[in-house]
Design a protein around this ligand. Structure first.
Ligand code: ADP
Ligand code: MG
Length: 435
């Protein structure tokens, strides 16, 4: 059972609030700013509660991937502290240290109801290796740890498992952590059926592990984005210059990983599974009905040729049907979005689902020409009566970009952590947060 904040005696405590503010900052007039504050807003309920309980709140997070031991402006926490100050209408003091005498001295001056933000944990050598000495220094800053950093909870760092190791009896989960675990846990336990999973994006290794675990629980898995490429290859289609992750060692999981091979295995495993009748489109797009599969691949795609500036010229854009022609696109062409028929069919399927999990854009959505599949599908999921859960850093960005905030059941703040949980992996922080 999770140790939750509402069941914890927290009044007046000096609390290390471990949040996940892993936000890509943008630069405006030589100043780093927060372009999208969803991840900050998601922590407000916990912060406000702790302040109401007269706690001294010490915020800690990492941001980006600085070189360990090096301080870089674009990874400093100042912009996050500023944004939080505005949201809270309260001064959030920002320190330039994560640990050490200076940090300790500032903390010792805090009063009840004060809030302070420490510097990026990844500026410290030893953070990523979960160095026990660094973890102890971090843990010693406070009497209690409230862990609300779901998005960073799948990593064993000094500032995750390390601090909890030192606070086994004095820690609990924050409200965001609790919410994320409840929603995603429910999906694993069983959901309202039919359950449809929409998967796209580019980080294939993270997603494929999840498909394995969720295959039996879902009615359909709709594949798009660069994730479709290894599946199309596994079916014998040539995908030209498209993005395909090559076989590699999966560092996080320590296993050898060949996307095309695994795609082939998953397709074989699910080939006799029948798609429930209730999910079939009411109105088939031009070209008429087709046989749908449990792991459904795009039936048409948008392709274009890369130019010398690494962009794609409008006049090279084509719609290619995924049919018996083995070379789906010319050798110099890349698949960059799902095609209009696929978009139509996928949109009708999500309309008829009762639970939806969506991770990963359907194409190179940052480029307007290849954003339509993602936009239309996002709108269809938003409109669907199904309970929808969305996860993934870029997928969160899609929600903001197309003005769809507030139209989904739950937008998870944890991309990698959500996928890891849905892949059936144990989050390493949980052994401390559960009794
Ligand atoms: P998330 O962060 O939501 O988990 P990923 O990081 O896996 O998603 O993937 C998002 C990225 O994938 C986006 O930058 C998008 O442009 C890219 N992408 C999606 N489809 C394609 C494609 N067909 N070709 C190249 N890039 C793609
Ligand atoms: Mg991403």
């Amino acid at each position: 059972m999770l140790k939750t904040l509402d069941k914890t005696q927290i009044k007046g405590k000096k609390v290390l609030l471990r949040a996940a503010y892993d936000i890509t900052l943008s630069n405006e007039n030589n100043k780093w700013i927060v372009p999208d504050d969803q991840r900050i807003r998601a922590t407000l309920p916990t912060i406000k509660y702790l302040l109401e309980q007269d706690c001294r709140v010490i915020l800690m997070s990492w941001l980006g991937r600085p070189e360990p031991g090096q301080i870089e402006d674009k990874y400093k926490m100042d912009a996050v502290a500023n944004r939080l100050s505005i949201l809270l209408e309260k001064k959030v003091k920002k320190l330039d240290q994560t640990v050490g005498p200076e940090a300790a001295s500032n903390i010792s001056k805090m009063k009840s109801g004060d809030i302070l933000m420490l510097e990026n944990t990844r500026f410290n050598k030893g953070e990523i290796e979960a160095d026990p000495e660094l973890a102890l220094e971090m843990a010693s800053l406070a009497d209690f740890v409230v862990f609300d950093a779901f998005a960073q909870s799948h990593r064993k760092h000094a500032s995750t498992t390390g601090i909890l190791e030192n606070h086994q009896e004095t820690c609990c989960a924050g409200f965001l952590m609790e919410k994320e675990l409840t929603v995603l846990g429910q999906i694993l336990k069983g959901t309202m059926e039919p359950f449809v999973v929409v998967l796209g994006g580019a980080k294939v290794s993270d997603k494929i592990a999840m498909i394995r675990n969720i295959l039996d629980k879902s009615a359909m898995i709709l594949i798009g984005g660069a994730l479709a490429n290894p599946f199309l290859k596994a079916q014998g289609f040539g995908v030209g210059d498209s993005l395909v992750e090559s076989a590699q060692i999966d560092q996080a999981r320590g296993i050898n990983f060949d996307p095309v091979e695994i795609a082939r295995e998953l397709l074989a495993k699910s080939k006799n599974d029948v798609v429930p009748h209730e999910l079939l489109p009411e109105k088939w797009p031009n070209g008429g009905p087709i046989k749908l599969s449990k792991i459904q691949l795009p039936i048409d795609v948008l392709t274009a040729k890369r130019n010398l500036n690494n962009g794609f010229d409008d006049e090279t854009i084509k719609i290619e049907k995924v049919n018996s022609r083995s070379n789906l696109c010319d050798p110099q062409d890349s698949i960059l979005d799902i095609g209009p028929r696929t978009t139509d069919i996928y949109s009708q399927i999500v309309k008829r689902a009762r639970t939806i999990f969506w991770n990963g854009p359907m194409g190179l959505f940052e480029n307007f020409n290849f954003s339509h599949g993602t936009k239309k599908l996002a709108e269809a999921i938003a409109k669907s009566k199904a309970y929808s859960v969305i996860g993934g850093g870029d997928t969160e960005a899609v929600v903001t970009k197309f003005d769809l905030e507030g139209q989904f059941g739950h937008v998870s703040t944890g991309g990698g952590a959500a996928l890891s949980l849905l892949a059936g992996e144990e989050l390493p922080v949980l052994k401390y947060l559960e009794i």
